[in-house]
Design a protein around this ligand. Structure first.
Ligand SMILES: [Fe+2]
Ligand SMILES: [Fe+2]
Length: 201
């Protein structure tokens, strides 16, 4: 696992700022609600890809498994919320995914390559945040977040491999373009705390 986490740290442009960790610890109920939304959204994104790219068998298999795992994570977050008396509710989405999506090209195959690169980045950041948060959390939540690391690290690798396949070669230039944006979204002050937000003052 340490190897996979090291790869993710090497991939991402920066680590999560301390201010965001402080925000998360002060807003754990909100963090869980947004986390539940993120898992559900991750499953839904995978399903959309399965509807759109029906001729890509590797993508269909990987996204089908990924969607199942994300829905399982969703159920696990809901169970933890129930135990803690946290009520699930609608939330305005973070600026994060929308900020990354702005750079996605409109036409295929560029669109598919970009959506897959964005998927890899979101999985990598989630993995980094779970690992960063775990040591600060109570045992129950720490165990859960540590248990998510492995699947999110694999999701990151799956997305990146699919992006390279869709591109017929390396995607370094696209990864760099998206990571430049990601760096800003993670480090620049944000107005609302979310699982993928920047630091909130
Ligand atoms: Fe997940
Ligand atoms: Fe994931």
């Amino acid at each position: 696992m340490n190897e996979a986490l090291q790869e993710i740290h090497d991939f991402l442009p920066c680590r999560t700022p301390q201010q965001w960790i402080d925000n998360a610890l002060a807003n754990q109920d909100l963090m869980l609600i947004d986390h539940a939304h993120c898992e559900k959204k991750a499953a839904s994104t995978a399903l959309s890809l399965m509807y759109r790219y029906v001729d890509n068998t590797d993508l269909l298999n990987k996204m089908s498994r990924l969607a199942r795992e994300e829905l399982r994570h969703f159920e696990q977050v809901l169970a933890i919320m129930k135990k803690r008396g946290v009520t699930y509710d609608h939330l305005t989405p973070a600026r994060y995914a929308a900020g990354l999506r702005q750079e996605v090209r409109a036409e295929d195959p560029g669109r598919l390559v970009d959506v897959l690169v964005v998927g890899a980045i979101i999985e990598a950041r989630s993995c980094e945040r779970f690992a960063t948060l775990a040591p600060h959390l109570d045992d129950k939540l720490a165990d859960f977040y540590n248990s998510l690391l492995k699947s999110e690290a694999r999701h990151y690798q799956d997305y990146l491999k699919l992006a390279e396949q869709a591109n017929g070669g390396p995607v370094d230039d696209r990864v760099k373009a998206f990571l430049d944006i990601e760096h800003g979204l993670i480090t620049e002050p944000d107005i609302e705390f979310r699982f993928h937000s920047g630091p909130v003052q």
